[in-house]
Design a protein around this ligand. Sequence first.
Ligand SMILES: [Zn+2]
Length: 173
Amino acid sequence: MDANKKCVICGRAAVFYSSYLKQELCKKHFERMLIKRVKSNINLYKINNKSFKLENQNKCGKEFLKFIFKGMESSGGKKLSSYTLEDFAICVMKFFLFHDAADKRINNRSFSPLFNVSENEIISFFNLKNIKLQSVDRNRKDKVVLDFLKEIEERRPGGMISVVKVGMKLGII
Ligand SMILES: [Zn+2]
């Protein structure tokens, strides 16, 4: 954390650079913006349910969904998948690189409200609450693709989001 960096919203010390918003944020506004993004995804796709069944594809994602939808869990509710930005970015890249069939949809039988939320953001979110989360284990091929995506992200913050957006535009995910 760089002491000189300030939250664009309130001017307090920034704790996180959001590559999604391209903004420095303090703890309060980082948390608020991240939760807001998930809720606006729910609204954008007109998911009007009051109860949700949380799926367990990605354990980081599941923890975050549990935090946001506390008290709204029900076995008969709308299914929410816990796939994150990484899962969808890997899926789109494998489609292009290896012609792998895309096996994830943002909105199908279950809805994926974390399609534009990264594991890095989720881990930081919990770190700021002194809760340690491990990043998700992936098979070798997915790891190689994710390392490549992370390198892109380092050179151009927001690169992973761009990959997912292209995938959405082309109807891959
Ligand atoms: Zn702030």
